[in-house]
Write a protein that binds this ligand. Structure first.
Ligand SMILES: Cc1cc2nc3c(=O)[nH]c(=O)nc-3n(C[C@H](O)[C@H](O)[C@H](O)COP(=O)(O)OP(=O)(O)OC[C@H]3O[C@@H](n4cnc5c(N)ncnc54)[C@H](O)[C@@H]3O)c2cc1C
Length: 75
């Protein structure tokens, strides 16, 4: 799963529905997920400080691979 809101929500939904297997989130950006809408709105007023725009800490206990680009998928 990508390290955006869709990936994080999917991981949370899997946990909420009882899935307790291994989850891995792969994100090619080096930092934790953040609010993209803030890029064109709040961030412009905050002088580039992303701290207020991080998403809440995750609870899905997935392995997070940050700064890693996925090159394929084996379904
Ligand atoms: C500047 C801006 C302003 C926006 N403003 C609004 C708004 O006001 N209201 C609104 O509703 N929506 C807004 N959006 C849209 C909203 O942010 C997106 O709809 C939402 O982020 C989509 O989430 P997503 O998880 O599907 O994809 P993304 O947020 O794109 O997340 C996908 C993740 O996967 C990663 N990824 C992609 N390919 C790979 C790969 N091969 N290997 C590893 N990682 C990979 C990416 O780095 C990214 O972290 C805005 C978007 C932008 C860019």
């Amino acid at each position: 799963m990508g390290n955006g809101i869709a990936g994080l929500t999917a991981a949370d939904a899997l946990r909420d529905s009882g899935f307790d297997g291994e989850l891995t989130i792969v994100g090619d950006e080096p930092h934790a997920a953040y609010s993209r809408p803030a890029l064109s709105k709040a961030l412009l007023l905050d002088g580039g400080d992303m701290a207020p725009h991080q998403l809440p800490p995750t609870t899905h206990e997935a392995n997070e691979l940050l700064g890693v680009r996925a090159s394929g998928l084996v379904p």
